[in-house]
Design a protein around this ligand. Sequence first.
Ligand SMILES: Nc1ncnc2c1ncn2[C@@H]1O[C@H](COP(=O)(O)OP(=O)(O)OP(=O)(O)O)[C@@H](O)[C@H]1O
Ligand SMILES: [Mg+2]
Length: 222
Amino acid sequence: MSTLTLTNVSYTYRGAKKPAVSNVNCTFEPGRLYAIIGPSGSGKSTLLSMMAGLDLPTEGTIAFDGQNIAEMDLDRYRRECIAMIFQMFHLFPLLTVLENVCYPMELCGVKPADARPHAERLLKSVGITEEQMKRFPSRLSGGEQQRVAIARSLATGAKIFLGDEPTGNLDVANTNNIMEILKALAHQEDYCVVIVTHDLDVAEAADVVYRMKDGVLTLQKP
Ligand SMILES: Nc1ncnc2c1ncn2[C@@H]1O[C@H](COP(=O)(O)OP(=O)(O)OP(=O)(O)O)[C@@H](O)[C@H]1O
Ligand SMILES: [Mg+2]
């Protein structure tokens, strides 16, 4: 399955006068690509980081397949249930591309001999060649690095994919390429894909679009 249900979710940063996220109610389902748009400072990243289990709501609940994540082992939730990428890729610079993808699997206890072929399959599925797998990330283009970050995020088998401005540093061609990969994850592999974006063309490619304004989430499409 892998469904996230947000019920009356609010988040107020310590010392802040008003909430960054205010009473959000919505459900994110497998098989669909969601985009969240909205002005800078409207609370998009705050919402996504709660969905990722990096912060817990100060009010309300987030449930993963019906289970309140506040009652789960959060480290495990983040590791096993959530695949997440960011605008700046965040690959390990001193590990090769292949090692970058093997690493999270090994952290989850997968033997290196098993991690390697799985990592190679994931990297191939996002269009990274065997020669590129041996390089350090700095020797790849931005679009290629983001594809490596996607492969790495999927390595542990999590089915909820979250992206905070995943195409924010890419040109149009690479943006389209990443969006095709994310659409395929949702529509062919039944991932629940949620991305935050400033790019209205990117949002146009989503099945469902939400708009965030002053911490309040409203449905924009369909
Ligand atoms: N660690 C923090 N401590 C205090 N306030 C914060 C913190 N992080 C964010 N905020 C505030 O919370 C609000 C929402 O921030 P958030 O980062 O979620 O916005 P955003 O929609 O992702 O913006 P952007 O499009 O610029 O990334 C902003 O007013 C911001 O200043
Ligand atoms: Mg943000």
